[in-house]
Ligand binder design. Structure first.
Ligand code: KIV
Ligand code: ZN
Length: 512
């Protein structure tokens, strides 16, 4: 039997630190419920001391989840630990995750502390956390760049004080696999009491090595992997859950451990994260990219038809991606829709199904055949995405070769209908100018991209925008068979996210 690797998912904490990726509380709770369904062992729900919004989201997640451990992050200070505990104490299985930096450069320039002080702070923080719960994780921030013997001393102190998980982060994504594995072996060999704790690793992807470092660490004896869905996270991101899980599964003959992840939930979870955060998965991303199972070359296609294993080391079905992207049309009923959504990983309530079914019928009137991507877009916009402040009620544009592009728009702003009209360089520009005028936004549009969800001229357009205002960054996403409407939806979604960020400034990245 392979040994178990604990999957600690930090999509909601480190993942949310991705530039522009903010999630509101309802979106975080929805994602946490999906992560529980995916079978992760621990969900790091946030950093409660960072902001009121983080605290609220973490406590709602703690109340909602049935059995998954819920971790709250805290610096090594009494105030942060108390705040984390207050947010998670009602969870079925709460975990306090406290951390302090141990590298010379962080201690000198960031903490202004010497080694003795960091050792004392570690003991004090873990002892206090341990007085609240017996489930305490300690992380040595910038561990991979720390002096090895000092690192072992800090880990020894944390274990003595009662930490049951010890985490070795490669905070700046600097390590390379052999070196990182060697460090893990060193820690195991030189930390007294290490047998009483689970050794965890937390890697960042600055050199594109996060998954390789995590797997090397597991080979060397680590038994918890800290990961995020789609590898989102601070800067270049974190180790991606799907890569580690599928590597352990596919290379069982070589790697010594396995996870309890329900692999058929990987694809639905990846799509959910992408839809909620607005961060598109790069097409060639391992496991969950749109091209991960697409065979372009004729020789490959021929081989796959004869035997999929000629060019496929994994089956798309294993990660919940059906080969048969069933097509539904306007004659399909509620029952067929419910069943198909269930297969895609969306278990909707009757109320939610009503909303989706109405949108499904609307779309089926415009587009003959609907495939999974269409349904995902409907589910996201219909029920997964919560409307905060602005909602599109009406959009009309005129454009063409001989007219000035004009838009008239009606928005629902906090329950009040507001109208406006304006012009621009093209239909999208005029729609954006008009929306901006109604809302009175000072935000700047940094990026605008359009892609087709599926092939064909009746495909839904998927639009992503990136907005910036007063140092805040937000992504917006929208889809519709009409790309001007899709663009307006994406812009409004981005504006809603900016509003949310203004009301819930997330200070996580400032304090880390
Ligand atoms: O990257 C890091 O060091 C972290 C710690 C808080 C675990 O995210
Ligand atoms: Zn991190």
């Amino acid at each position: 039997m392979p040994e178990k690797v604990i999957i600690f998912d930090t999509t909601l904490r480190d993942g949310e630190q991705s530039p522009g990726a903010s999630m509101n509380t309802a979106e975080k709770v929805r994602l946490a419920v999906q992560l529980e369904k995916l079978g992760v062992d621990v969900i790091e729900a946030g950093f409660p001391a960072a902001s009121e919004g983080d605290f609220e989201a973490v406590s709602k997640i703690a109340d909602r989840l049935k059995h998954t451990e819920v971790a709250g992050l805290a610096r090594a200070s009494k105030g942060d630990i108390e705040r984390a505990w207050n947010a998670i104490q009602h969870a079925a299985r709460p975990r306090i995750h406290t951390f302090i930096a141990t590298s010379d450069i962080h201690m000198k320039y960031k903490l202004n502390m010497n080694r003795e002080q960091v050792l004392a702070a570690t003991r004090e923080a873990v002892t206090f956390a341990r007085s609240l719960t017996d489930n305490v994780e300690f992380s040595a921030e910038d561990g991979s760049r720390s002096d090895r013997d000092f690192l072992c001393q800090v880990f020894e102190a944390a274990i003595e004080a009662g930490a049951s998980t010890i985490n070795l982060p490669d905070t700046v994504g600097y390590a390379v696999p052999d070196e990182f594995a060697d460090m893990v072996r060193y820690v195991i060999a030189n930390t007294p009491g290490i047998g009483n704790a689970v050794l965890s690793v937390h890697c960042h992807n600055d050199l594109g090595l996060a998954t390789a470092n995590t797997l090397a660490a597991i080979n060397a004896g680590a038994r918890q992997a800290e990961v995020t869905i789609n590898g989102i996270g601070e800067r270049a991101g974190n180790t991606s859950l799907e890569e580690v899980v599928m590597a352990l599964h596919t290379r069982q003959n070589y790697l010594p451990a396995a996870t309890d992840i329900k692999k058929d939930q990987i694809h639905p979870t990846s799509r959910l994260v992408s839809m909620i955060t607005g961060i598109i998965v790069q097409p060639n991303k391992a496991i969950v990219g749109a091209n991960a199972f697409a065979h372009e070359a004729g020789i490959h296609q021929d081989g796959v038809l004869k035997n999929p294993m000629t060019y496929e080391i994994m089956k798309p079905e294993t990660i919940g991606l059906s080969r048969n992207r069933l097509v539904l049309g306007k004659h399909s009923g509620r029952h067929a829709l419910r069943n198909h959504l269930k297969e895609m990983g969306y278990d909707l309530s009757d109320e939610e199904l009503d909303i989706v079914f109405t949108k499904f019928k609307d779309l089926a009137d415009k587009k003959k055949q609907l495939v999974d991507e269409d349904l995902e877009a409907i589910v996201t916009e219909g029920i997964l995405r919560t409307v905060d402040v602005f909602e599109l009620e009406y959009l009309h544009v005129t454009c063409g070769t001989t007219v000035l592009p004009m838009a008239s728009v009606k928005l629902n702003v906090n329950g009040r209908s507001m109208k406006g009209a304006g012009y621009g360089n093209g239909p999208i520009d005029s729609a954006f100018n008009t929306i901006a005028k109604i809302v009175g936004t000072d935000s700047e549009l940094l990026r605008f991209s359009v892609s087709a969800l599926t092939g064909g001229t009746d495909a839904q357009g998927e639009v992503t925008v990136r907005l910036q205002e007063d140092g805040l960054l937000a992504l917006g996403r929208g889809s519709d068979p009409d790309i001007i409407t899709a663009s307006a939806k994406a812009y409004i979604n981005g504006l809603n996210r900016l509003e949310y960020l203004k009301r819930h400034p997330n200070k996580a990245s400032e304090v880390l």
